[in-house]
Ligand binder design. Structure first.
Ligand SMILES: [Zn+2]
Length: 491
C-alpha cells in the first residue's frame, strides 16, 4: 500500500491555484497513476485501480463507437519515414515531436521508423489496398493505442505526455466532401454523448485556421475547464479532405464511373478524458467517481461492536449485503480490515472516490436496514434491504446526474462575454475560464486578439445567429462582427 495520509491534512484544496498539487496528490495517493518515478520524462504508469477506471471508460467509448458502425483495428506502432513524410503539411506539423527508431540491433536502419504520433498516414496507406468502390463507403475504423510525441513543454501526468497510452483515434473514408462533413458532425455527436455520459462539461469550437490539425481542412475541438480555470482540450475532430488520400494514392470508383481519391475524417480522444473525470468531479477529500464507471461502486464498512456475538452478526450481515449486490452486477467489497477504525476507512474510500458507502452496525442488523452515504453530497440515508439492488442503482444514477449538473453549472459560470480587449483581459484574470468576444472573422484580427489578450484563441462556435452577432463590433478593427471568438488560458 502506498503511504496513506489519513484525513484531510496533507490534501491540498482542489479549486484554484493548488489544483495541480491536488491532482498530483490524488492520483498518487488513490493509487491511480504513478507519475514522475518511471525513468523517462512524460511517461506514467497506470496502477491497478487507475487501470480499472481507465478500462471502464475505454469500454464505454468502445460501446458507443461499435454501436455507431465503427470497426476496431490495430495498426503497427512503427511508421517508415517515407510514409510519414508523404503528406507535406502533416510531417511539417509533427516533425519536432517524432521519436525515431534508427537501429535494429547493431545495424543502422536504411529507413528511419517513427513511433506513431498518430495514424493518418499508415491507415490511408492500407486503405489504398482495402477500398476500391464507393459501395464500400462510408468506412469507419478506430483503434485505441499508445502514441508518442516528444513534448518539449512541461509535461503533466495524463495531460501532457510523451507517451499517450489511451489514444482513441477514429479514421473514416467517404466518397464526397459532403459525406465526410456529415461524418464530422456525427463524430461531434458521439463525442458529446461520451462526455455527457461522464458528466464532463464541454464547449465545441471550430479551431482557427492557424491552429488546425496538420494536414486537415478544418478542426473542431472539445474543450473543458479545469478547477484552476485553465482550459483543457479533450477531443478533436478533423475534416481531412483529400490531402492524405492524394498523397498516399487511396482511390475508389465512384458511382458515375470515374475514379477519385477518398475523402477522410479523423477524430481523437486521449488520457485527458480520464484526467477530466478526476479533475472535474473530485473534491477536497479526493476522487469522486461517477457510479457508471467506478471499478468499485459500493464499499461496506462494518461498525464493530464490543460484543463478539454481535460482531459476528455485523460481519455476516455485511458479507450478505456484498453478495447480494455483486449478484446483481453492482461491485461491492466489505472492508473488514481489523486494524483500522471505521473513520479511517471512510477517509480511505472517499479518497479513492467510491461513489456509495454502506455502513453496517448493530442497529442496521437488528432492523434489516443499511445506512447509505453518497460520496458526493455525503448525504446519509437509512434504507431497508428489500430491493437493495434497485435502490443502490437509483442512488448511483442520481449521483451521476447530480455530478453532471454541478459540473455544468460551474462550467457555464466560467464562460463569459466581453466586448473590448481590456474587458476580455479583465474577465480572464478575474473569472478565468473562457471569454467570448465579437469577431469579424479576419485572421489578422484573431491573431491580434490572441496577442493582446495574451490567451489562446480556441475558435468560434459551430452555430451562431448572424443576426444576433452582427449587432456587435469586432474590438480590433471596429467592423461588424460575423462570429464570436473564444479565448482562454490553456494547458
Ligand atoms: Zn476585425
Amino acid at each position: 500500500m502506498v503511504t496513506f495520509l489519513c484525513g484531510e491534512e496533507g490534501l491540498p484544496k482542489k479549486e484554484g491555484e493548488s489544483f495541480s498539487e491536488w491532482f498530483d496528490y490524488v492520483i498518487r495517493e488513490a493509487e491511480v497513476y504513478d507519475y514522475g518515478r518511471y525513468p523517462i520524462k512524460g511517461m506514467g504508469v497506470w496502477m491497478p485501480y487507475g487501470y480499472a477506471i481507465r478500462k471502464n471508460i475505454v469500454e464505454m467509448i468502445r460501446r458507443l463507437l461499435d454501436s455507431t458502425g465503427h470497426e476496431e483495428i490495430l495498426l503497427p506502432i512503427l511508421i517508415p519515414e517515407d510514409l510519414l513524410s508523404k503528406e507535406a503539411e502533416h510531417i511539417k506539423g509533427f516533425l519536432d515531436q517524432v521519436y525515431w527508431v534508427t537501429h535494429g540491433g547493431l545495424e543502422e536502419l536504411d529507413v528511419k521508423l517513427a513511433l506513431r504520433p498518430t495514424s493518418e498516414t499508415s491507415l490511408t496507406y492500407m486503405e489504398s489496398f482495402w477500398l476500391s468502390s464507393y459501395k464500400e463507403l462510408p468506412k469507419k475504423y478506430y483503434q485505441i493505442v499508445s502514441i508518442f510525441r516528444y513534448e518539449t513543454k512541461a509535461t503533466r501526468p495524463m495531460i501532457r505526455l510523451r507517451e499517450v497510452t489511451t489514444f482513441k483515434e477514429a479514421h473514416t473514408a467517404h466518397d464526397s466532401f459532403e459525406d465526410a462533413e456529415r461524418q464530422v458532425f456525427e463524430a461531434v455527436e458521439i463525442y458529446s454523448r461520451i462526455f455527457d455520459e461522464l458528466g464532463i462539461p464541454y464547449i465545441v469550437s471550430k479551431r482557427p485556421d492557424w491552429d488546425k490539425f496538420a494536414g486537415a481542412l478544418y478542426t473542431i475541438a472539445f474543450d473543458t475547464i479545469l478547477p484552476d480555470g485553465k482550459v483543457l482540450q479533450i477531443g478533436t475532430v478533423h475534416h481531412l479532405g483529400q490531402s492524405f488520400s492524394k498523397a498516399l494514392n487511396a482511390k475508389i470508383h465512384l458511382q458515375n464511373g470515374e475514379n477519385d481519391y477518398i475523402w477522410q475524417t479523423s477524430y481523437g480522444l486521449s488520457d485527458r478524458v480520464v484526467a477530466s473525470v478526476i479533475a472535474i468531479h473530485g473534491d477536497d477529500k479526493g476522487l469522486i467517481l461517477p457510479f457508471k464507471i467506478a471499478p468499485l461502486k459500493t464499499v461496506i464498512v462494518p461498525i464493530p461492536s464490543k460484543d463478539e456475538q454481535d460482531n459476528k452478526k455485523i460481519f455476516d450481515y455485511s458479507r450478505k449485503i456484498a453478495e447480494q449486490l455483486s449478484e446483481c452486477g453492482i461491485s461491492a467489497k466489505v472492508d473488514d480490515r481489523p486494524d483500522y477504525t471505521p473513520g479511517w476507512k471512510y477517509n480511505y474510500w472517499e479518497l479513492k472516490g467510491v461513489p456509495v458507502r454502506i455502513e453496517v452496525g448493530l442497529r442496521e442488523v437488528n432492523s434489516n436496514t443499511i445506512t447509505v452515504v453518497r460520496r458526493d453530497s455525503r448525504e446519509k440515508i437509512n434504507i431497508g434491504i428489500e430491493d437493495i439492488c434497485l435502490n443502490i442503482k437509483k442512488i448511483g444514477e442520481q449521483l451521476d446526474a447530480d455530478l453532471q449538473c454541478k459540473a455544468k453549472r460551474k462550467f457555464n459560470e466560467s464562460v463569459n462575454r466581453a466586448s473590448t480587449i481590456d474587458e476580455a483581459k479583465k474577465v480572464l484574470s478575474e473569472k478565468k475560464g473562457i471569454v467570448e468576444i465579437p469577431w469579424c472573422g479576419r485572421i489578422t484580427c484573431g491573431k491580434r486578439m490572441e496577442e493582446e489578450v495574451d490567451a489562446r484563441f480556441l475558435g468560434s462556435p459551430l452555430n451562431i445567429s448572424v443576426e444576433e452577432v452582427s449587432k456587435h463590433k469586432c474590438p480590433v478593427c471596429g467592423s461588424e462582427a460575423k462570429t464570436i471568438a473564444r479565448l482562454a488560458k490553456t494547458y
